[in-house]
Design a protein around this ligand. Structure first.
Ligand code: NAD
Length: 299
């Protein structure tokens, strides 16, 4: 039997696979599972132990981490008669890193607490590059004591940890960040398209904006116009990066969260529609900076 803390890692997609690999490199005994054979084959090739089911992955594990697409996947994994919560040993620590609805995170955390299981929501920022480099930011909701138990695990996958409040608060904060990001990316694309329509050079315009008051991550790191920044998805046909449909999902969650408390988010709602249009135009699988194509035929 291994002396190393055992972690069951469920969900080995774009984000989950590199996170699980970093945990293994960090000295944890990782037992991984995904519904997709392709995802399983990929991490097996990288030396991870693969389990035959989510339940099998959790046998003997002190910690369970999930990195799944959306609320329904997380609720299906943990809740119900067949869910993991009804099978995990008391004291097991659960860390859900998926980006899901705050209400859904609270539902699962409440059900976990009723079974004597400690849980935090810990959605991440930093994208696939941050997941591979082990530099993710974790945005945490849950009890402080539970976060302290989880901290060494989070530190093996990331650089920054923010405790935002009680269960679900990590998800709320993640949605606030991504709503701002979605709006800023869209308006940056719109601004550059306006300049180009007036004959300006997109690169010089972006360089000016990047040191002026219109500066942002969208001008400096992930510029939406091709060939302005060599390493931005825009300069490789909008491949890789953060999918437009994932941004659409997060903006939908922001709208839902706003309705729950009567908040008004007019720009967030507008941006949700823009990314929906971008998806309908066939760009849902491309990086979200491809939203710029709504404003100009040029890029
Ligand atoms: P992904 O679609 O690449 O991976 C999700 C994986 O979960 C898939 O391999 C799928 O087969 C698996 N899965 C689904 N249901 C399952 C189940 N019941 N049991 C086991 N496996 C199951 O998604 P991703 O890009 O890795 O994103 C995961 C989460 O992280 C999402 O909530 C996303 O919004 C969030 N996120 C993504 C990024 C990014 O840049 N991709 C950045 C920050 C946060």
């Amino acid at each position: 039997m291994s002396e190393r803390p055992r972690i069951a890692f469920i969900g080995l997609g774009q984000m989950g696979a590199p996170m699980a690999v970093n945990l293994s490199k960090g000295g944890f005994d990782v037992h991984a599972f995904d519904l997709s054979t392709a995802a399983i084959d990929k991490v097996r090739a990288q030396g991870l132990v693969v389990a035959a089911s989510a339940q099998a992955a959790t046998e003997g594990a002190q910690i369970v981490i999930s990195m799944l697409p959306a609320s329904r996947h997380v609720e299906a994994l943990y809740l119900g008669d067949e869910g993991l919560l009804s099978r995990l040993a008391a004291g097991t620590l659960i860390i859900d890193c998926s980006t899901i609805a705050p209400a859904s995170a609270q539902r699962v955390a409440q059900a976990a607490a009723e079974r004597g299981l400690a849980m935090i929501d810990a959605p991440v920022s930093g994208g696939t590059a941050g997941a591979s480099a082990g530099t993710l930011t974790f945005i945490v909701g849950g009890e402080g004591g539970t976060l302290e138990r989880a901290r060494p695990v989070l530190q093996a996958m990331g650089k920054n940890v923010f405790h935002m409040g009680a269960a679900g608060a990590g998800q709320v904060a993640k949605l606030c960040n991504n709503m701002a990001l979605g709006v800023i990316m869209a308006v940056t694309g719109e601004a550059i398209a306006l300049g180009v329509a007036h004959g300006l050079d997109a690169k010089v315009l972006s360089q000016m904006m990047a040191v002026s008051t219109g500066r942002s991550w969208a001008t400096e790191v992930c510029n939406p116009w091709p060939d302005v920044l060599e390493n931005a998805p825009a300069s490789r046909g909008y491949s890789g990066g953060f999918g437009s449909d994932l941004m659409l999902k997060d903006l939908g969650l922001a709208v839902e969260a706003a309705m729950g408390v009567g908040a008004t988010i007019p720009l967030g709602e507008l941006a949700r529609n823009l990314y929906a249009m971008n998806g309908r135009a066939g760009r849902g699988g491309l990086d979200f900076s491809s939203v710029v194509k709504l404003f100009s035929r040029e890029p």
